[in-house]
Design a protein around this ligand. Structure first.
Ligand code: ATP
Ligand code: MG
Length: 455
């Protein structure tokens, strides 16, 4: 079965008679299917991956195997701009290091070489193989060590998804496929390499990666992989919290957070990674007001990212916990001016503290997320005599607080005039001269001064 490139547009590869194409899985494990890469793809790789190509060229000229690998090959093939370029090689780290004055060996458990060109780093990793299966007494498949060198075939097979397991030789003009990745790319399918019931428990973070890639690339998750994701989702509890947090933040920043969180929820991964949020949503259908409100925030977050916003982790976390914090606030009485800063801070702590502990969210980010939540009232209570709008605009956290307010406004679908008003004030504040600033500060201070207590 040849890749049906007619179905695939833009066509970035053309099938040729593979050097050894049997289609039989057993043989494919050691004999790759090789495709000829088309000129446009190679030209693109040369244009944007110059530094990686320099690394590959030098390694190949020194007699080593070396290819582009992973996400960059996948992205080039589907016409997306790769985030970065990774190189895989048969050369061992010390051999790589010897070839590049600008190379540095990093990593303790698994060593790879960072080759630096100006601001760009090309990660150059020696082919690895999966460690021998180390099932403990309890049948635990979790990989704890991952540091044995291997062949190109073994390196491809230890990767997570077929579409991430392709090599591209930019000089030989070949795409080298040991894992059926090109067929899956053609069908827009995300599938684990090998048995998902083994590959996912081995490293449960792959469940989150599956969700990330499927939503970001708009790929369907293959049925067996999806079933295994559901069956193994509780294994996420055993993964290192910082890795999980990193993936959660990536999902929030992906521009497809809404789809990703819906998928997290439906495969049962939300509970193990964000128990507080899962509990908050647990008994509610997708169309319940509580769920809708949370989804609207994620939708607004996605829109914000698409319009080019660069959001800090604190804004992402504050968006994530916003509704949970609001639900902890005392009910608002008619005529009252809403919750006090202290009440919001207390509610935020009750949500963020367990989150910080379970997910190792840095305390700095949690504290900032809390501040952003407590500052939200200032945007709508501008009439409050205590608020000095121009000085507020110059506060360190103002920009992030405004980003959260923008996301909330977008989610609510009204109040843009208030947001725009703050954008104008921020502009005005930025153009204040030193003298005007001094006057503004004094005015504020005078207004805030309390009457002296009589002795
Ligand atoms: P992105 O565009 O988000 O960078 P990527 O595919 O390049 O996507 P990376 O996290 O940069 O993803 O990883 C590079 C490659 O390393 C992947 O394409 C995959 O082949 C392999 N890889 C990364 N994480 C895992 C994992 N947990 N298990 C197996 N292979 C992995
Ligand atoms: Mg990458």
């Amino acid at each position: 079965m040849l890749v049906s490139y007619e179905r695939y547009s833009p066509v970035n590869y053309i099938p040729m008679t593979p050097s050894r194409r049997t289609g039989r899985k057993e043989e494919r494990e050691t004999q790759p299917v090789i495709f000829e890469a088309d000129e446009a793809l190679l030209a693109e790789a040369k244009a944007i991956g110059q530094d990686a190509l320099r690394v590959i060229s030098k390694l190949q000229r020194s007699g080593h195997e070396a290819y582009l690998v992973g996400g960059c090959v996948r992205d080039l093939l589907i016409g997306r701009a790769p985030k970065d370029f990774d190189v895989a090689t048969s050369a061992h780290p010390r051999q790589v290091k010897r070839l590049f004055r600008n190379g540095r060996i990093i990593g303790r458990r698994f060593r790879l070489v960072h080759v630096r060109f100006g601001g760009e780093i090309i990660e150059t990793a020696t082919f690895r193989r999966e460690p021998p299966e180390s099932t403990g007494d309890d049948g635990d498949l979790l990989i704890v060590e991952d540091n044995e060198y291997g062949t190109a075939a073994e390196d491809a097979r230890r990767r997570d998804f077929t579409v991430n397991g392709l090599f591209l030789d930019p000089f030989g003009g070949e795409i080298i496929d040991y894992v059926g990745g090109l067929d899956d790319l053609d069908d827009r399918v995300l599938r684990t390499i090998g048995d998902p019931n083994r590959r996912l428990p081995e490293d449960p973070v792959r469940i989150l990666r599956a969700i990330k890639f499927s939503t970001r690339l708009d790929f369907r998750i293959e049925d067996e992989t999806w079933e295994a994701m559901k069956a193994c989702s509780s294994d996420l509890q055993r993964s290192a919290p910082p890795r999980i947090l990193e993936e959660v933040l990536r999902l929030l920043r992906s521009g497809t957070a809404l789809g990703a969180f819906k998928r997290l929820r439906s495969c049962g991964a939300l509970g193990p990674i964000l128990p507080g949020l899962n509990k908050y949503l647990s008994d509610f259908e997708d169309d319940a007001p509580r769920t809708q409100s949370f989804f609207s925030l994620l939708e607004a977050l996605d829109a914000d990212i698409h319009s080019g916003a660069q959001l800090s982790s604190a804004v992402l976390v504050a968006t994530l916990v916003h509704d949970l914090v609001a639900a902890k606030l005392p009910p608002v009485d008619a005529g009252s001016s809403g919750p006090t800063v202290r009440e919001i801070a207390k509610a935020a702590d009750s949500i963020l503290d367990p989150f910080t502990q379970s997910s190792r969210l840095p305390k700095r980010d949690a504290a900032k997320a809390r501040r952003l939540l407590t500052l939200q009232g200032k945007f709508t209570n501008a009439a409050n005599e205590r608020t000095r709008p121009l000085l507020f605009c110059l506060m360190e956290d103002f920009e992030d607080a405004l980003a959260l307010f923008r996301i909330r406004t977008r989610a609510l679908g009204r109040g843009w005039d208030i947001y725009e008003g703050w954008v104008d004030r921020a502009r005005q504040a930025a153009s204040l001269s030193d003298e005007e600033l001094t006057v503004e500060r004094k005015t504020g201070r005078r207004r805030r001064r309390r009457p002296r207590k009589r002795k």
